[in-house]
Ligand binder design. Structure first.
Ligand code: MG
Length: 360
């Protein structure tokens, strides 16, 4: 577990102004970007902040025995899923609710074991819709090799929820020799992404209709725990694992440079984006580096293990397009820089405001 016990991820220079109590929640507070960080920093952490929560990882790595011991550590994570629509190309809220939490637990290097699931159902939801979602959850849980061991069901009046919301909590076991956290990136490390960016966000956007988008993009949502375990076998000194979900690659890397107090230099020409995703982004003015993914992982690890990790990724169905996209640098600490195809460099900041709401 990291000793750098700061909430740096929530305290970056991107949101220096304190949130005022006469403001109201707006959709941007759920974006996963700078506004979310500010909300967490100024409301949740002062009241609910524990050392594990302040570390700002996707999971809490805690011990059920001696808190200072690396023995018997577990990873715990929880995630609410409010996606609209409930079904879209490549997935649905059921598969998402399993994969999202399994992946956050797996980002500690843990083996996810158990999930709980809480359902908020809107009056009027067809039973057949619920059954489709449950079938999908069953399939995803089997693929991820996790069991759902507790659950809760609440029904709210029509108009009080958008069909179905699902919250899942995951628990996994962290092997004793694994020590992975957002604060562990070191200058000289390689930065790898396991595949193409923006597929999930654009697939969900296209499924909403209304924009008349005729694109054949599938969500990438997938449980990544098996692929990560394959990587750890050949690259046992991985420093950081994180899935670039809300806020996309750019926001997630900014969280990591804040936690590790390092810089990252990305090579734009190495970043994989499907042509169809790139063209929708161009049409709508989005940057694929800020669009959500649900089946991708950023891996930061010592240079000498980078090729072994890439080989393991390429051998897995969810890592065929894995590629090295950059390096960790000592300076400028706390900044992500992008070397563009023209050879110039620009700063990649966190997502501010809301680009695509209700995508996870
Ligand atoms: Mg995550």
């Amino acid at each position: 577990m990291s000793e750098k016990n700061t909430s740096q991820v929530f305290e970056g220079s991107v949101c220096p102004l304190p949130l005022k109590h006469d403001e109201q929640i707006i959709m941007g507070h759920g974006s996963g970007g700078g506004m979310t960080h500010r909300l967490i920093r100024d409301t949740f952490l002062p009241y609910l902040g524990s050392p594990a929560l302040r570390e700002g990882n996707d999971y809490a790595g805690v011990s059920l025995g001696d808190p200072a011991s690396l023995h018997g550590r577990i990873a715990v994570s929880t995630d609410a899923h409010v996606i609209s629509p409930l079904f879209y190309p490549g997935g649905d809220i059921g598969r998402l609710s399993i994969c999202g939490t399994v992946n956050d637990v797996a980002m500690s290097g843990a083996v996810p074991l158990y999930l709980t699931a809480s359902f908020i159902i809107e009056e009027g939801l067809p039973i057949s819709t619920l059954v489709r979602v449950l079938e999908s959850m069953k399939e995803a849980a089997a693929e991820a090799d996790v069991q759902i061991i507790a659950g809760d069901t609440k029904v709210v009046e029509k108009g009080k929820a958008d069909g179905l919301f699902i919250t899942t909590t995951g628990i996994g076991w962290i092997p004793e020799d694994v020590n992975i956290a957002g604060s562990m990136a070191q200058p000289g490390d390689a930065v790898i992404i396991s595949g193409t960016l923006g597929d999930h966000g654009i697939a969900v956007l296209a499924a909403r209709g209304g924009l008349g988008l005729q694109v054949e993009v599938q969500s990438d949502q997938a449980p990544l725990n098996g692929m990560i375990q394959d990587c750890l076998k050949v690259a046992p000194h991985i420093h950081v694992l994180r899935d670039p979900t809300r806020g996309g690659l750019a926001t997630t890397l900014n969280e990591i440079v804040g936690q590790s107090k390092v810089g990252i230099l990305l090579e734009e020409t190495s970043i994989p984006v499907r042509p169809e995703v790139a063209s929708v982004c161009e049409l709508l003015g989005f940057d694929p580096l800020y669009v959500a993914n649900e089946g991708k992982v950023i891996i930061i690890l010592p240079e000498e293990e980078a090729q072994s990790a890439l080989d393991a990724l390429h051998n897995h169905q969810y890592g065929k397009n894995a590629t090295r996209i950059g390096s960790v640098t000592a300076k400028p600490a706390g900044r992500v820089l992008l070397r563009t195809s023209l050879g110039t460099q620009r700063i990649l900041d966190v997502l501010m405001g809301e680009m695509l709401p209700r995508i996870c």
